[in-house]
Design a protein around this ligand. Structure first.
Ligand code: MRU
Length: 371
């Protein structure tokens, strides 16, 4: 992804302070571009919990590097204990995105198999780098598979811009590079296809307004910000050709947990015969959970609903209160979209129907043995 023309990933080893990990602190976007250097596992936990970093792929990559930060200065006899403690802390930091637990488990399982005990710290670092690189590579592949879908719609529209609606930010900022939902859009742009994106603002945290609109703007993609309630109206009036969203956890039966409000978009798309696609790398699949009812749904502070922040007239970031004192608010951060409302899952291995048989056929190596 480019910021003012310069390529950035969302997480990378700090070249000025060896052993630290840099992230972009997304709480300040789009007004300020702030880079934070994480020095210890607690920094990584705070960054995930307080949403300096966010989005399924990126919190997975941050958890991977968090495991490294936990042991980078450890003595040999401390390493296993520190990894175990870090795994618990990191996994608890946000509950819904599967990528987080997946990254931690991958480090715990893979590292002892691939390096001798004396090289363990280096092994954790290398595996964390592999997790980040793979995330970027898989998103790029998702882009290529999604491109075929956009190309077909563009042909039907005889080259008129393809109008794509997206919810939240499943863009570059939610991953290490490219994004999942945005990768097909970038691939279409690169292929010379005209695209226009309707960006849901995504209350209460406003990932769409603050991040997706900015990210698309940086990449020169035509986009328009809308309130979360506008999508249905646009769909009824022929102004949306397809929906692409991301996912925080997708069951191996094809049920998708994504940012709150996704379900309503899927219902509206279904009612209007508009294709509704979910773009995700395989690290987002949950191979254990069958039913959407078993997906852990994060609840965040009601303050995210009762207040709003942005750049004030003085140029400083200000937070203001929207409601009367004592107003109660409940803040479910994700919802569950049933598989029957999903036209297809765009993964790094290709497009797959949202059902167990199709998913297991595409990912036979990931299926858990029946216990
Ligand atoms: O709460 P967030 O911002 O971490 O939520 C995650 C998301 O950005 C969305 O749910 C997104 O659509 C899928 S994550 C790739």
């Amino acid at each position: 992804m480019r910021i003012n023309g310069k390529h950035f990933r969302t997480i990378w080893p700090d070249s000025d302070h060896k052993g630290n990990i840099c992230i972009i602190d997304q709480r300040h976007l789009p007004h300020h571009f702030v880079i934070e250097s994480l020095t210890c596992v607690n920094d990584a936990v705070t960054a995930i919990k307080d949403m300096h970093v966010r989005g399924a792929g990126l919190i997975g990559a941050t958890a991977g590097f968090g495991m490294y930060l936990a042991v980078k200065d450890a003595l040999d006899h401390e390493i296993d204990k520190k990894l175990e403690q870090a795994a618990i802390l990191l996994t608890k930091s946000r509950p819904t995105a599967r990528n987080l637990g997946w990254a931690v488990e991958r480090i715990l399982e893979e590292v002892p198999k691939k390096v001798p005990e004396k090289d363990k710290i280096e092994g954790v670092y290398t595996t964390a780098c592999e997790i980040a690189d793979e995330d970027a590579a898989f998103c790029k592949q998702i882009g290529n598979h999604g491109l075929a879908i956009i190309t077909a719609i563009s042909k039907k529209k005889k080259g008129e811009p393809v109008n794509i609606l997206t919810h939240c930010n499943a863009g570059w900022l939610a991953f290490v590079d490219y994004g999942s939902a945005t990768a097909p859009i970038y691939a279409a742009r690169d292929a010379g296809i005209a695209v226009h994106v309707w960006v849901d603002e995504t209350r209460p945290w406003n990932q769409g307004a603050k991040l997706t609109a900015w990210e698309l703007q940086q990449e020169g993609i035509d986009n328009t910000l809308i309130t979360d309630n506008t999508g249905g109206h646009l769909m009824q009036n022929g102004m949306v050709d397809m929906v692409i969203v991301g996912s925080d956890r997708t069951t191996h039966t094809g049920v998708v947990a994504n940012k709150i409000g996704t379900y309503l978009k899927a219902l509206a798309a279904h009612d209007n015969n508009i294709p509704f696609f979910v773009a995700l790398p395989s690290s987002t699949f949950d191979w254990e959970i069958d039913s959407g009812a078993d997906i852990p749904i994060e609840q965040r502070s009601g303050d995210e609903i009762t207040t709003i922040s942005g750049r004030g007239t003085t140029g400083k970031i200000e937070t203001i209160c929207l409601v009367a004192p004592g107003t109660q608010a409940i803040n479910f951060s994700f919802d569950v979209t049933p598989a029957r409302l999903i036209s297809g899952l765009i993964t790094e291995r290709g497009l797959v129907d949202a059902n167990q048989e199709a998913i297991h056929t595409l990912f036979p190596d990931k299926i858990l043995p029946i216990s």
